[in-house]
Design a protein around this ligand. Structure first.
Ligand code: F6R
Length: 240
């Protein structure tokens, strides 16, 4: 897997944003999928800036959310929906029909998975996906031990993911389940960017690169497809 190391987080975000911009320039109606969480926040800022400067035109682009905590919606600070809208979608002149995102407040998660799978059947495969890496190696909410055959699915969140989740919320939350795109959909994307920043990610980045591909560390599976690349800053690369 090709690995690109940037000196710092801002330059890492510029490099990843440029990858997304190149994808949209080549295919204006591309299907783009960018993770929530802390890692891509600088990418969102760089993309919003590029749109304002006229360097990219998202008017025909489709955006697909990767995952959501079940039970949380846009009003819940720290939900994927709240983060991605606040940092990205609300800052772009997008129409509602350009966005497909899991509804974490659904009363019927299975039907919600089917709705998003149908959307992917219509608009997919994903042209460009930007993934973060969880501390346990999850990508999206594809937790250790996940099946390679999954499309959209409901996930029992791993203990590590539940423990890490407190960093997103301003009030205590019990998040036991999530809803996520599956590995079958993510690994079929035409261009896969796996992104990590900071010293705290250095151990899982080293495992992602050095450990043989295994469902027990889902981030290692990206090495099984040729169209995936790892983008890290110096701190995240420090154990390589
Ligand atoms: C969130 C997502 C997760 C995160 C991962 C890293 O939508 O898909 O897989 O990318 O948990 O989270 P951060 O970036 O907060 O370290």
């Amino acid at each position: 897997m090709k690995t690109y190391i940037s000196p710092n987080y801002p330059q890492l975000c510029q490099a990843v944003a440029q990858n997304v911009i190149d994808c949209v320039k080549t295919k204006p109606d591309a299907l783009i999928c960018i993770a929530g969480g802390d890692t891509p926040l600088g990418v969102f800022a760089a993309l919003v800036d590029a749109q304002k400067q006229g360097h990219v035109d998202f008017s025909r682009t489709q955006f697909l959310g990767i995952d959501e905590w079940l039970g949380l919606g846009k009003a819940d600070k720290g939900s994927c929906r709240e983060m991605v809208w606040h940092h990205f979608f609300d800052k772009l002149p997008l129409r509602d029909e350009q966005i497909c995102f899991f509804d974490g407040l659904t009363s019927d998660p299975k039907a919600e998975c089917q709705r998003v799978d149908r959307y992917i059947d219509r608009h997919g495969p994903i042209d460009c996906v930007v993934l973060g890496i969880g501390m346990n190696g999850h990508i999206g909410f594809n937790e250790p031990g996940v099946s390679l055959e999954n499309t959209c699915h409901v996930v029992d969140l791993d203990a590590v993911t539940q423990a890490v989740s407190v960093k997103y919320f301003d009030t205590p939350r019990e998040v036991k389940q999530g809803i996520s795109l599956g590995l079958k959909t993510l690994l079929a994307a035409k261009n896969i960017v796996v992104m990590a920043s900071g010293e705290k990610k250095s151990a899982i980045v080293a495992q992602t690169v050095n450990h043989p591909a295994t469902v027990d560390i889902p981030s290692t599976l990206v090495k099984t497809v040729p169209q995936a690349a790892l983008y890290v800053d110096n701190a995240a690369a420090s154990a390589l």
